[in-house]
Design a protein. Structure first.
Length: 425
């Protein structure tokens, strides 16, 4: 398969990563967007993307893209790209189930000469040690003789309309030198800013997993500084602004670390490290600190309420925002639920308000039923937890109007002026 014109791409998994990729490839190649979720396929066929990553117009701009949950359609492809989730389980261990099932699906239609490229975030070695054996076992084909593989880690930033698939530099790799060149050439058809061809699949896997591990550790440091400064009565944001006047000070801010990447990827790396006999210290310390921030926020609110001699038992709190980041409907691994759970332990009634979320998805994933809109004078506490554009458009008086005469307003995201809230992280 040396000729790009002979390539037909199958994208397996049409979520936040797979759909934008399929749309861009559909402008250059024949592409089958495959997903086992039939409702998702039906929606996309009707021009509807509930993730809001791709508009109806953008879907129509890819005339060579089709959507299907039919294996027979997938079988017509010869270049497969896997973009399924790689979550962690309740014990913070990698859950490769979606990746294994996707590999089993591809193995059913794998043919001689085909190439399978993985984009899902994994630990170094996962592609060749965990995925390839599944492909071999279920297809009867031999790796690097009958079929080949590559790894090109996703770099999608949900909700970001500036940094898109085409203008984010892409790492590529392949299981042989020739395949690495071909995989790189395929991606260069859509990546306008170019690619970086890694020397091996493991290098590409490692590069991806440390991107978010680095951010996680940096945010953990800032979170720890916030805990220290809060105890000292010093405003963290003021400190960070002052320190930021030096050209090489990194502009991280404290907060909750959730989502499909930063709050998950480090556990993939630490799992692999422990399996080879090394116990990571800094990475796991950062993870523990970041994972405890939701409970810290809830406890800070309760302490502030007690200082105002408010009754905590049976109090009512409004949490503004449920998604893991601003201006997108993505609920994956959101740490807002940690705040809600901790408040409920105090027998506090919690209302969650988020104009971006799908209410049925919130109910299914977390058992939470977001309210339609807050009512005036109802809340003893208000937490501005996610900096959605709709919340930024509100002034302090509008937000405080939802509170009772005596209430506590906690601004996690520095949306309001310094003196406008009762608490800041």
């Amino acid at each position: 398969m040396n000729n790009l014109s002979s390539i037909k791409i199958g994208v397996i998994g049409l979520g936040y990563v797979g759909l934008p990729l399929a749309v861009e490839f559909g402008k250059k190649f024949d592409v089958v967007g495959f997903d086992i979720n039939q409702t998702r396929i039906n929606d996309l066929q009707n021009g509807i993307d509930h993730t809001l990553e791709v508009s109806t117009e953008e879907l129509k701009a890819s005339p060579r893209l089709s959507f299907s949950f039919d294996l027979n359609q997938l079988a017509t492809c010869n270049f497969y790209i896997v973009t399924v989730p790689t979550p962690i389980d309740d014990y913070k261990q990698p859950d490769l189930t979606p990746l294994v099932k996707a590999s089993e699906t591809i193995a059913k239609v794998l043919k001689k000469g085909d190439i399978v490229v993985y984009e899902s975030t994994v630990y170094p070695g996962a592609t060749e040690e965990d995925c390839i054996p599944v492909l071999e076992k279920n297809s009867g084909l031999k790796f690097n003789q009958d079929f080949f593989a590559g790894y090109s880690p996703e770099r999608i930033n949900p909700g970001d309309k500036e940094h898109r698939v085409t203008n984010i530099k892409k790492i590529t790799s392949g299981s042989t030198l020739e395949i690495a060149d071909l995989v790189d050439a395929v991606y260069n058809q859509i990546i306008t800013v170019g690619t970086h061809k890694a020397s091996s699949i493991k290098v590409a896997e490692a590069a991806k997993v440390i991107e978010n591990t680095q951010r996680d550790v940096n945010i953990a440091l800032i979170n720890e500084l916030a805990l220290i400064f809060n105890k000292m009565g010093i405003d963290t944001e003021e400190v960070l602004k002052a320190a930021g006047t030096k050209w090489n000070f990194l502009p991280f801010r404290p907060g909750l670390v959730g989502g499909h990447c930063i709050g998950v990827d480090p556990y993939y790396l630490t799992h692999k490290a422990q399996s080879i006999g090394y116990h990571p210290e800094i990475i796991l310390a950062g993870r523990r600190l970041n994972d405890n921030m939701g409970a810290y926020v809830a406890n800070q609110l309760v302490k502030a309420m007690l200082k105002k001699r408010m009754v905590v038992d049976g109090a009512k709190v409004l949490v503004m925002g449920l998604t893991f980041k601003e201006n997108c409907p993505d609920l994956r691994n959101t740490k807002i639920v940690d705040i809600v759970a901790e408040l409920k332990d105090y027998n506090i009634q919690v209302d969650v308000y988020d104009p971006w979320v799908n209410a049925s998805e919130a109910k299914h994933e977390y058992g939470l039923q977001p309210i339609g809109a807050p009512e005036a004078g109802q809340y003893d506490g208000i937490i501005l937890a996610v900096a959605h554009e709709q919340f930024k458009a509100l002034n302090t008086e509008q937000i405080r109007a939802w509170g009772r005469e005596a209430h506590v307003l906690y601004d996690l995201k520095y949306v309001l002026d310094k003196d406008a809230s009762d608490l800041r992280l």
